[in-house]
Design a protein around this ligand. Structure first.
Ligand code: NAD
Ligand code: DAU
Length: 350
């Protein structure tokens, strides 16, 4: 089976490719533009596999995407390429519209052209799988969960662009009968997470003796999922999901941001002790503009229909993640020195 993964040099895309190479016999082509978030080092564990290849390509480039589809002849496209950081979407929203909306529409168009030329037997196997976020559903109060039928209510330029891309995918499925699958997942964490996102930023700032920035009061709630559990869910959906359907994926690990940061500090206190607790570095800073209060996913459809359950609980996964950052300075040091050194993003107010 031949699979194209878009955004395969990013955090989740690379976890997915590592999973596919190690656990299936798929041949995988990674199609990635290599933005600031794309890093070939994320694929070191599999880059020598004869079943892995990489092409640098912008998903907005229709000529090149069409050529890649024709030459590689995929059985599936797993689409993860995106601008993914809410804070950056506050600073540069149009880049999010370009990649997430226009890029997805371009991929769909190229996929449809390719699909329409396939023989019937290959058509039956083909899937266009779109990887999306729980943020499309908006923000919850203290109670309740997002289900697959929760109305869309995106609130940031990032989530609005992802919601838009979900609508495009459904439209291509409905109108042109392209066999599409969509999943909406909660916050991922784990190894190779780009250090501008909360958990890696906190670990690396803590080790550098820098402030640990908590937006607002730290009472916003996210539902955390270990990235390898997400990769496994994505492949299960690809193989067993029903075309046209949507699946929510979540970790059932709700934590306030303050709890997450305090737990990171406690793990670091144990694994890399110093005179004073890392928690002394916690600093409350101005809130993210339009900060969503709470996300929580009801993933019972995926659990019941496809028999998926997350295998890593938050405490185990977070400890593994902290250990991974302690042991893999080779990965994060060049990023912190050259690409992103921990400065505040997305303050807004321009
Ligand atoms: P990431 O920012 O780590 O990686 C994104 C990848 O896409 C990078 O390798 C980048 O180079 C590539 N890319 C960006 N623009 C591109 C373009 N125009 N053409 C080709 N490649 C391009 O993101 P991530 O955290 O791995 O997220 C992957 C996907 O999963 C995204 O679609 C995101 O919306 C979704 N998602 C993320 C999370 C999360 O917690 N990180 C949760 C739910 C859903
Ligand atoms: O819910 C899924 C989404 O999770 C994905 O779709 C996004 O791609 C992914 O980036 C993530 O979005 P968040 O905005 O939730 O992730 P982030 O790590 O930026 O922030 C997590 C929470 O921590 C959020 O409430 C903001 C807060 N935060 C973040 C940073 C970077 C802080 O308090 N301080 C910080 O310095």
């Amino acid at each position: 089976m031949k699979v194209i993964v878009t955004g395969g040099a990013g955090f989740i895309g690379s976890a997915l490719i590592r999973y596919l190479i190690k656990n299936t016999d798929c041949t995988v082509l990674n199609l990635d533009k290599l933005t600031y978030a794309g890093n070939p080092d994320n694929l070191k564990e599999v880059e020598t596999s004869p079943r892995y290849s990489f092409i640098q390509c912008d998903i907005c480039d229709s000529g090149k995407v069409a050529e890649i589809f024709r030459d590689f002849a995929p059985d599936s496209i797993m689409h993860l390429a995106a601008e993914s950081h809410v804070d950056r979407s506050i600073d540069s929203p149009l880049e999010f519209v370009r990649t997430n909306v226009m890029g997805t529409a371009n991929l769909l168009n190229c996929a449809l052209n390719y699909y329409s030329m396939l023989p019937e037997e290959k058509k039956n196997k083909f899937r266009f799988q779109h990887i999306s976020t729980d943020e499309v559903y908006g923000s919850l109060g203290k109670e309740g969960f997002f289900t697959e039928t929760t109305p869309y209510d995106p609130k940031s330029p990032y989530s609005a662009s992802k919601a838009s891309s979900d609508h495009m995918v459904r439209a291509w499925g409905h109108t042109f009968k392209l066999p599409v699958l969509i999943s909406n997942c909660s916050n991922n964490y784990g190894p190779y997470h780009f250090p501008e996102k909360l958990i890696p930023l906190i670990i690396l700032n803590a080790l550098d003796g820098k402030p640990l920035p908590i937006y607002g009061k730290g009472d916003n709630v996210r539902d955390w999922l270990y990235v390898e559990d997400h990769a496994r869910a994505l492949w299960l959906i690809n193989r067993q999901g029903v075309p046209g359907e949507t699946y929510n994926i979540g970790g059932n690990n709700e934590r306030t941001n303050l709890e997450v940061v305090e737990t990171c500090c406690a793990i670091l206190d144990e694994l890399r002790p110093k005179a004073e607790s890392y928690s002394k570095q916690i600093t409350f800073v101005a809130d993210r503009p339009g900060h969503d209060l709470r996300y929580a996913i009801d993933s019972s459809k995926l659990q019941k229909e496809l028999n998926w359950v997350p295998q890593t609980d938050f405490d185990t996964g977070l400890r593994e993640t902290v250990k991974w950052y302690l042991e893999n300075e080779w990965w994060w040091k060049p990023i912190r020195e050259k690409n992103y050194s921990g400065e505040r993003l997305g303050k807004g107010g321009k």
